[in-house]
Ligand binder design. Structure first.
Ligand SMILES: Cc1cc2nc3c(=O)[nH]c(=O)nc-3n(C[C@H](O)[C@H](O)[C@H](O)COP(=O)(O)OP(=O)(O)OC[C@H]3O[C@@H](n4cnc5c(N)ncnc54)[C@H](O)[C@@H]3O)c2cc1C
Length: 397
């Protein structure tokens, strides 16, 4: 069995595959190994639309072997630890692999277990989450089953999450759905965070949606327990003075977004920063202590929105700097923190938020993207999924 790779990539998700494909486009002769345990690859951004009943869950899934770029080696295994001084990683199957350059792209960890009772009831009793492809179709079933006067809760944790807008997108779709059905359901957003959206330009437009759908907002409410049988959600509420209290809310449906963190095997490794994320330079994406290690995607500590859109702008920077490293050249900056959040605010309506470091607005189109538009909804529904499978994963953009 081959044990050494010129370039070893951890994670065959959005970041790992697009980076591998772009590297090969630069130099076909590169010797690349990709360690990825899953037999399937997922287009996660469409899970919001699956939850709204307008996208098939099956269309978000491909076999991993179909997306692994030809000319690379797929190692179907999971990394469990790092030995960076020996340029080596160890895996759960008991193997060790060495590298000249390591690219770390294992994504974010979903900590379902931190909400008491959630695992037992997820996918039934009106408890759902678009953060699981198995449950996303159930979100739409829950919406369809909502009746006059019933309550739908939508949660967001206080931790960083992938796609910060996703906890809200499904809520606005739900608001639109019940209004079209002329139902008076009670919709509440219960968030561990303190604001609706970090950038005023977009937050102001989202507030209009909150008012349109009569959504009640509750900030600093962190979901800690769900009881599906009795349809009760338990929250820890933090008051302005920092004091904490416990409250209970009844629901007929609840859409849960789990707390998220760096993966445990990253947290417990020499690659982590003090919060557990892969510790990289936020412009060059090169590791702060190990120059032959690079990080990309949701697992790094770069202060951008954790999105596939960010990965699209990070990948060319990693590719350039990996090739520079192999040529004994210094790494250069280049990533400006770009991320995008296609905020679906109803059926056929989307606000395309685009921004970089320090919340600098970085819009692509020559119109005000904070206004809900049908054209941007079409971009998300049809154009972006096609680009993902046919261009992004092929290293063509
Ligand atoms: C509901 C939802 C909606 C979203 N909406 C949007 C959107 O509208 N726009 C947008 O741009 N982004 C969106 N995203 C976010 C986007 O999907 C992620 O930001 C993107 O997938 C990050 O890429 P990644 O490669 O870092 O992680 P992933 O794509 O999650 O891939 C990580 C890979 O690493 C593998 N891995 C994990 N552990 C190990 C290990 N120990 N060893 C080896 N491999 C490992 C995993 O199996 C996985 O294949 C959304 C996500 C969700 C869940």
């Amino acid at each position: 069995m081959k044990q050494h790779y010129q370039i070893l990539i951890i994670g065959g998700g959005n970041a790992g595959i697009s980076t591998a494909a772009q590297l090969l486009r630069k130099n076909k002769a590169l010797d690349i190994g990709i360690i990825e345990p899953s037999g399937h690859h997922y287009y996660q951004p469409a899970w919001t639309l699956v939850g709204a009943g307008v996208f098939n869950a099956e269309d978000t899934i491909r076999k991993e072997k179909e997306v692994i770029p030809a000319g690379t080696t797929w190692i179907k295994d999971a990394v469990i630890s790092f030995q960076p001084e020996q340029n080596q990683v160890s895996t759960s199957n008991g193997h060790a692999y060495t590298y000249d350059v390591l690219i770390v792209a294992p994504g974010i960890q979903l900590n379902w277990h931190l909400i008491k009772g959630l695992k037992e009831t997820l996918g039934k009793n009106g408890v759902t989450s678009n953060y699981s492809v198995d449950c996303a179709p159930y979100t739409f079933q829950c919406l369809q089953q909502l009746k006059e006067g019933e309550t739908a809760l939508f949660t967001a944790p206080s931790t960083p999450v992938k796609c910060g807008g996703a906890p809200q997108k499904i809520m606005y779709l739900a608001g639109d759905y019940v209004q079209r059905k002329k139902l008076h359901a009670k919709i509440e957003f219960t968030s561990g965070g303190g604001v609706l959206f970090g950038i005023k330009k977009y937050a102001d437009e989202l507030m209009k949606m909150v008012n349109r759908y009569n959504i009640q907002l509750h900030f600093k409410h962190s979901l800690i327990e769900v009881n599906g049988q009795s349809k009760k959600a338990v929250y820890e509420v933090t008051a302005a003075d920092g004091s904490k209290s416990i409250i209970e809310k009844s629901f007929d449906m609840i859409h849960v977004v789990p707390p998220q963190s760096a993966p445990d095997f990253i947290k417990n490794s020499p690659l982590a920063d003090t919060n557990g994320w892969v510790d990289v330079n936020k412009f060059s994406l090169q590791h702060m202590r190990y120059p032959n290690i690079f990080g990309i995607g949701d697992a790094t500590n770069t202060p951008n929105a954790k999105t596939g859109a960010a990965v699209r702008k990070q990948a060319p920077v990693v590719v350039k700097n990996v090739l520079a490293y192999l040529n004994k050249q210094p790494a250069e900056g280049g990533y400006n923190g770009y991320g995008s959040c296609p905020l679906v605010v109803g059926y056929g309506k989307l606000i395309l938020a685009e921004f970089g470091y320090d919340n600098k607005v970085m819009e692509t189109f020559p119109f005000d993207q904070s206004k809900p538009r049908w054209s941007m909804y079409m971009l998300k529904r049809y154009v972006l999924p096609w680009l993902y499978w046919h261009k992004i994963l092929k290293g063509k953009m």
